[in-house]
Design a binder for this molecule. Structure first.
Ligand code: FES
Length: 352
């Protein structure tokens, strides 16, 4: 273990821990923009700068390992000044028009600019801005290069979390940009897991389907389990309750998915309101499916099952339960086959 002092607090950290994680354990928050929990530090945004006694300059807390007996200041005058400068530079390079930005209210850059009192309209640095490249080609994801701060989080998410390898940083210096297979997103190999959107700290990546459907603070957040397969990914549905419609889905940082989702879980959330949904049981009468009450459907099904089993035995029955239903429903289907019917002919579709 390594003992050090952070903001006057005696802290113990494991050798190899960063100042960022040691501070976090001690309840001290250091701001980050490019850091992705559980992935190697990038040191790209420099917002996490801290003062380490005896060091020549300010150090990035996310990539600096703890040193025994060191003394760290996370919010000294020098640190605050440096963070303000970083924010000014980040804001001055892009076109951060918060009024119409979909990330308004969710944007980490916006939150920090507010906290540090850095105004977008009063920047010292008035030079060239990043080229206004907006890729709207894909069905699900919009990429807005003017709001990109090159934090590289989407690249890490795509390569190290999703392991799709579509996004990477191209060119050098001011011309640096994040590209997708060097083509528009719709022509790339992107599988639209949306992990890049989930980690983006600004409005540079966002869901196409949510555009204009409500500000983040107007949406109710409902935690639930993805209904698409048996993995049970945990997600949050952002609901516009005035219009009773889901607007977007984000992954929750818990098991089994740790924030990640697939294209279905993240983007295919419109089905509850689809007019194509079958919401009442049907019985085929004279070759046509006819809507009936649940009582009629259950009586009919029970009667036919009885008839078939009496005539052909319980093994003439086979059931296939559904990955989209709950564990409890699947358990009931298994019990029904084995205990009520008397057969082991029960299976599960395993995935959809
Ligand atoms: Fe440390 Fe970005 S969070 S450099």
């Amino acid at each position: 273990m390594v003992k050090l002092t952070i903001d006057g607090i005696k802290v113990e950290a494991k050798s190899g821990d960063t100042i960022l994680s040691a501070a976090k354990k001690a309840g001290i928050q250091i701001p980050t923009l490019c850091h992705v929990k559980g992935l190697p530090a990038q040191g790209a945004c420099r917002i996490c700068l801290v003062e380490v006694e005896g060091a020549r300059g300010l150090m990035a807390a996310c990539s600096t390992p703890v040193v025994a007996d060191s003394v760290v200041e996370t919010s000294s005058e020098k640190v605050i000044k440096a963070r303000k400068l970083v924010l000014e530079l980040l804001l001055s390079e892009g076109d951060h028009d918060c009024i119409i930005c979909e990330a308004n209210g969710d944007c980490k850059l916006q939150k920090m600019a507010y906290e540090y009192g850095v105004s977008n309209t009063d920047l010292k640095y008035k030079g060239e801005k990043r080229a206004a490249v907006k890729d709207t080609s894909s069905r699900f994801i919009i990429r807005d290069g003017t709001k990109c701060i090159l934090c590289n989080k989407c690249v890490l998410a795509c390569n190290s979390r999703g392991v799709h390898g579509i996004l990477y940083k191209n060119e050098r210096g001011f011309s640096s940009k994040i590209v997708s297979d060097d083509c528009e997103l719709s022509d790339s190999g992107c599988v639209y897991c949306g992990e890049c959107i989930q980690v983006c700290p600004t409005g540079a990546l966002y869901e196409k389907k949510r555009v204009g459907k409500g500000r983040s603070w107007e949406l109710d957040k409902v935690d639930t389990t993805c209904p698409y397969c048996g993995v049970g990914c945990q997600l949050t549905v952002h609901v516009d309750s005035k219009n009773n419609r889901p607007v977007k889905v984000t992954g929750r940082y818990t098991t089994p998915n740790e924030g990640m989702l697939c294209v279905k879980g993240r983007f295919a959330y419109d089905f509850p309101l689809s007019d194509k949904r079958i919401t009442s049981p049907m019985i085929k009468k004279n070759g046509e499916h006819v809507q009936v009450s649940w009582d009629e459907a259950l009586d009919y099904t029970a009667g036919r099952l009885k008839e078939i089993i009496e005539k052909h035995g319980p093994d003439s029955y086979a059931g296939v339960s559904c990955a989209r239903s709950t564990n409890e429903n699947n358990y009931a289907a298994m019990k029904f086959a084995r205990a009520a019917i008397g057969t082991n002919n029960i299976d599960h579709c395993a995935r959809t």
